[in-house]
Design a protein around this ligand. Sequence first.
Ligand code: ADP
Length: 577
Amino acid sequence: MMKNLKTKLIVVYSIALVCFISFLLIYSNLHIRKEFTTFLKNELQQSIEYINIYCMSFHKPIDKNFFTYEIVSALNNLSKKSSLRITIIQHDGTILFDSDADYQSMENHLYRPEILEARKNGTGMSMRFSHTVNTDMLYVASYYNYYYIRAAKSMATINAFIESITRNIVIAGIIILVTSIIVTAVIATAFTRPIKESLQFINTFFNGNLNARILNYKDDEMGYLQKSMNQLADNIQQRINELTNEKNKLFMIIESIHDPIALIDEDKKIVIYNKAFASCFEYPETLTSKYYFTVIRHSELNAKIYVAFSQKQKISFEETIGGNHFQIFIYPFAEPATGILLLMHDVTEQKRIQQLKSDLVGNLSHELKTPISIIRGYLETIKDNISDQKTAEQFIDSALANVERQNAIINDMLKLNQLETSSYITNESISLNKIITQCVELLTPKIQNKNLAIVMDIESLPENIQGNAFLAEEIFFNIIDNAINYNNPGGSITITANKQSKLLTIHIADTGVGIPHDELPRIFERFYRVDKSRSRETGGTGLGLSIVKHAASILGWTVEVASSTKGSIFSVHVPIS
Ligand code: ADP
């Protein structure tokens, strides 16, 4: 485009110059020719006058006999000296004398234009090509009643002069033209450079390089324009930065929300969305500008969005998508543009907790109801047989055992609740070796009752690690207690430890009944027991391993279990720094 402007300037200027030079050429040509002709005509007239005076001086009639040798010589001499062709013509057109040709062979000249004019006006003039002398000639004739004197001069000199002037003008014109083109090109380049720079700047700026500016502008109108463009760019950049900041804040807010959110415009295309939304629908590409129904592959949700669009009404409903449960809100909006806001509040966890709570209440009531019914049964029997003291004592013992069981359940529940709710578990220096030994010591009567052998190899455990003594005790006490409870009489318990650079592992292996493979994932659930009657026999609450799991997760430990018909191995992994 800039090239065009420059070329245009050069072309227009060149055309104007060519026109001017052509005009100058034609004008000068015509003018010079006219001036020269007038000058020549005057000269010829003077010569004619002079010839006439000369002829008259002889006081003889000017006819055939007039031209004596002397007069002819004089006239020829004059013709030669003045480069004139002199012709004297009788009034009837017959040639009496001609300086340049044989007058006798010349035809009648009465109708030559200059002669015709001279007869009419006294003088006549004509310019034409003479075949006699083979050149352009200017003829001037004067009429003197009985004869005409005609003087003619060749135009060759004038033509040569005009030719030379024309050539000089053309050469000068070409030089001026070439110089002008160069000068115009230089001026046009200097003139168009700032425009070119400005256009380049605009292109770069609008292609996204907001730091682009015009450098080195001059102190003129163009420079002022460029300076203003720079200021405009500053303002735009500042506005864009502000808007980008606002946008980023908005995105940060949207991203920080864990619930899927999307904004869909009136063309049904997604405009804004957050990561949660993208991962919810597992769409492989970026979602911006995609039709919502190509991303959301869920017919019920799509149908509701369609309804919200057509009825422009807020809709809220619950839906399960990809295994998660959502409370979905669709808000149609009209300002600043038309569209809908899709907000999917993930209530999966809430639902799960609700479910857990109702399960817990059910389980707990069930767990507490059984011993209460048993206690009531015993108490009623005692009431009916109050006189039979021995039976009464027996039944009171049984009732007390059930009260004990109830107490154990309530204690374990309180412990679990404490673990779930307390956030002030302190981090302290503990000795696993000591804790495990203490647990074994506490359980020694039970171990002896069942005649179990206990093997311990935990020397590799470090002196101290960071943890919490209460939680660690809960973990090891419950696991060792289970290893006793579900062991066969006369069996054994082996507690070993090994240390890797960043991990301690304590294995508690028993030779008991084992846990069926498909029950393994459930044994950490509350009140879950593989064999209910056996658990009850051992006084188990069904909450021990739940406490273990919770305590371990608070400490950042993990507990694994492997089991066969020959026994079970519980492994406690303790990361150390
Ligand atoms: P409980 O109080 O009944 O022992 P736990 O939560 O401690 O409850 O254990 C849950 C269930 O896991 C037990 O009822 C039992 O069936 C099974 N279990 C736990 N530890 C062992 C083990 N060492 N050997 C076999 N079964 C076990």
